[in-house]
Design a protein around this ligand. Sequence first.
Ligand SMILES: C[S@@+](CC[C@H](N)C(=O)[O-])C[C@H]1O[C@@H](n2cnc3c(N)ncnc32)[C@H](O)[C@@H]1O
Length: 210
Amino acid sequence: MENFEKTLEEIHILTDRYVLFSEVCALPPDAEVELDLGCGKGGFTAAMAEAFPDRLILAADIMLGRMRKVRKKVVRKEASNVRYLRVDARYLMGICLPDRSIDRVHILCPDPWPKLRHRGHRLLCSDFLMPVNRVLKEGGIFHFATDDPEYMGAVVKLVEESGLFERAGPEAIADVAGFKTEFERDWLAEGKEVPHIAWRALKPVFTGAH
Ligand SMILES: C[S@@+](CC[C@H](N)C(=O)[O-])C[C@H]1O[C@@H](n2cnc3c(N)ncnc32)[C@H](O)[C@@H]1O
């Protein structure tokens, strides 16, 4: 059994106290690692876990109740390749995960905070792109989806002006195209479109200009 800061039914509860991720769970150097960030009830995580038993899937959400649901779903599928993290995405991505440790970061249907006065709550903002780039292996994939056209437009602009990513073709996420999150299923049932976009992480260039 791995060493955890605190565990509850195998859900690792990460607070903002400094902790080495390797003490929370092992990331085998040769394993493909997928991160479902803000995984919600875990339909996407569970589908990946079942389809790709050789990959390690990190399921992360700030809500413990959601993590319990994810775990139940995965256990029902008898998959053992998921690690459950009750954690704030900003802490996980900013501090906790090692550099260049993840093959793909999936951020699917995050809360769009559509009202102008709530925009500051959005997960995807300029400050968050460097942490996404930092945790991705070179050439790793950032996969994003939302039903909110304004949020999608804002994220595309931010990512593509950041110099940290280049647009990847649909083949970068083709293997998971059939897996739907709970929110995506709901939006599709309402007749909404949920576009998916993938970007490849570039090596950041620091110009040192001042
Ligand atoms: C709109 S739901 C989408 C869930 C899932 N990806 C889906 O598509 O069904 C957004 C999820 O992000 C989680 N979340 C929001 N802010 C977060 C944060 N700062 N860190 C981690 N998870 C967060 C919420 O608890 C919620 O489960």
